[in-house]
Write a protein that binds this ligand. Structure first.
Ligand code: F6R
Length: 605
């Protein structure tokens, strides 16, 4: 899937253009190019194949320019070649484009009486000729953009470099674009990951927006050409993630950060009030995939387990989830209709990498969900769906987990849409997902209750987490978090499974943390609570207001969370689970960020 970067800087922007393109490599591409304007002369460089070819070309030439555009192309119209690579250069402008211009042959015909010079077989070059013509006719770049967007049909993110102008011009419809701003610098990109580190703030463009950026401006107009007041989002630098600031531990900082990382991950692939998910496109027909095979370790495995409920219920696709260290040595019945999905924060977990190798030998399509771009998994799988959580420093995974859930939820919606099994509910569901960050913030405002629960758990020898549906894997995750940072014995169970054995361990005052939003499982979970109570167990119920009304006073302690739904619940319920482990660990004085015997990246078998 193509990638775009455009930069306006006080300094030479070539290095930033190239490093942004390298961060876009994960989307898959077959050629790359950049165009800059230096002393009002265009300089164009493009190369078929890997970015290293373009790098080599540029190194030999010593190119300059404070303003430029760059592109990684994934062929749609016209084969991969130097001629078909972007940018396209005309007398007055250069263009990069993501998407497909459906009526390009009509536009080509409409320009038949004017001087044109097509070099490629792409739909994009037609738009370049149109812009060139409009400018030649005396229209300003912004007027030309307005005219172009009224004439072209299809999906696009377009960025133009215009002769005699110090600004970049752009528009989007059906393909994402984001503007990055700092005091000395502006840029526009198809993806937040492509933004240079020095960006302080971000504006996410909406459907139909037209804009211009220059050193002194960042103007965005809506489709009726009214100047907009934009919502500015903070962009986190690498340093932001690697310093504790005022927090005692990285873990609590990362728990707090989730309102942002969930939003950033969402915004990278979806927009509010939009009917589409913008994940990197598969080169195969999604309808031909009839089963998924998800593989991961530890917390990432729990994220996969949650997603099985989504994939099977929302996307109507058979889903197998397996621990990587088991998957790699087992005979399995994978077939050509399987999509293998590897989930990993680090992208370097040895067992998960070995599963990718096994899947590749089995010649199935592979996709990875990783937090570290450029990691082994991301380099070697066919498709990458990044989590936008930023570097995670605490050994116990928190923000990467909820970002993995966010990507998995979007992937299940995406597949459901491709298979036409979701009707017109997608917009409603994604809009609900955009409310998660507000809910996370409201939970974080009331942390006292988690400190109190941690105090109650201080002397317990053994603790249980139970839940049904997506709350079952979350119970496993709660138990894992507690074990790894408090060193206390804690087990996670499917609530309905207690009576098949573990109930024998429930006696007076054994704490059982029950995860139970008021959903279709709630009543069943209540019956399990009765069984625990009857054996003297102490119930800590985490639910919502409806659940609390219907809990028949069975809970010894009750935490009331905001209302949630099938998709948002596991993400929202992750926060209390993480806070309970964190506050208990701080009371016990364990090494929260670097628990004993554990490592952040497990690169051994
Ligand atoms: C637990 C935790 C681990 C990791 C596991 C996989 O808090 O962080 O269980 O989830 O080691 O690591 P990645 O996701 O890097 O493959």
């Amino acid at each position: 899937m193509c990638g775009i970067i455009g930069i306006v800087d006080k300094k030479n922007c070539i290095n930033d253009l190239i490093s942004s393109l390298s961060r876009l490599e994960y989307r898959g591409y077959d050629s790359a190019g950049i165009a800059t304007l230096n002393k009002n002369k265009f300089v164009l460089n493009k190369s078929k194949g890997k970015l290293s070819n373009l790098r080599l070309k540029i190194k030999q030439k010593k190119i300059m320019g404070n303003i430029g555009i760059g592109h990684t192309r994934w062929a749609t119209h016209g084969k991969p070649s130097n001629d078909n690579a972007h940018p396209f250069l005309k007398k007055n402008c250069a263009i990069v484009h993501n998407g497909i211009i459906e009526n390009y042959s009509d536009i080509k015909k409409s320009l038949a009486n004017h001087k044109t010079n097509y070099q490629s077989s792409t739909d994009t070059e037609v738009v370049a000729e149109l812009m060139n013509y409009l400018i030649e006719e005396g229209a300003s770049p912004l007027e030309s953009m307005k005219e172009i967007t009224s004439r072209i049909e299809g999906n696009y993110a377009l960025v133009f470099l215009v002769k005699s102008s110090n600004n970049l011009y752009f528009s989007r419809k059906g393909s994402p674009l984001v503007v990055g701003i700092s005091k000395t610098f502006k840029c526009v990109a198809s993806d937040t990951l492509a933004l240079p580190n020095k960006v302080d703030n971000i504006i996410y463009l909406e459907e139909g927006d037209i804009g211009e950026i220059g050193l002194d401006r960042a103007n965005i107009f809506d489709r009726s050409f009214n100047l907009k007041e934009n919502q500015i989002h903070k962009h986190s630098s690498m340093q932001e993630h690697t310093t504790k600031r005022n927090f005692k531990h990285f873990m609590i900082k990362e728990i707090h950060y989730q309102s942002k990382s969930i939003d950033d991950t969402l915004l990278n692939f979806a927009k509010k009030n939009d009917e589409k998910i913008y994940l990197p496109q598969f080169k195969f027909d999604t309808k031909k995939i009839d089963n998924l095979s998800l593989v991961a370790c530890g917390t990432a495995f729990h994220a996969c387990m949650v997603s099985k409920y989504w994939f099977e219920e929302i996307s109507k696709i058979n889903t197998m989830v397996e621990i990587a260290s088991e998957y790699r040595y087992r005979e399995n019945s994978i077939n050509k209709k399987t999509l293998g999905i590897l989930v990993s924060q680090s992208g370097e977990t040895m067992d998960t990498i070995k599963c990718l190798e096994k899947m590749k030998k089995q010649k199935i399509h592979t996709a990875s969900i990783v937090n570290v771009l450029g990691s082994s998994l991301s380099r070697n799988s066919d498709y990458i769906f990044p989590t936008i959580a930023g570097p995670e420093i605490g050994v116990a995974s928190t923000k990467a987990f909820t970002a993995q859930l966010t990507v998995l939820a979007l992937l299940s919606l995406h597949i459901a849409q491709k298979k036409s099994v979701i009707d017109n509910k997608l917009k409603k569901i994604t809009n609900e997902m955009f409310k998660i960050s507000k809910n996370v913030n409201s939970i974080m405002k009331d942390k006292k209750i988690y400190m109190e629960i941690a105090k109650d758990l201080l002397d317990s020898k053994s603790i249980f987490y139970v839940g049904r549906g997506t709350m079952y894997p979350l119970a496993l995750e709660g138990a894992l978090k507690l074990k790894e940072i408090t060193y206390k014995h804690c087990e996670g169970y499917a609530a309905g499974e207690l009576k098949h054995g573990p109930l024998a361990l429930i006696e007076d005052s054994v704490p059982v943390i029950v995860l139970a939003p008021f959903d279709k499982y709630f009543k069943k979970t209540m019956s399990n609570i009765q069984e625990i109570k009857a054996r003297g167990g102490e119930i800590i119920l985490i639910t919502d207001s409806e659940g609390s009304k219907n809990s028949e006073n069975l809970a010894d302690k009750l935490i009331c969370l905001p209302k949630s739904n099938f998709i948002t619940a596991p993400i929202i319920y992750s926060i209390p689970v993480q806070l309970i482990a964190y506050y208990l660990a701080t009371l016990l004085g364990t090494d929260v960020d670097q628990p004993r015997n554990l490592a952040k990246s497990v690169t051994v078998e």
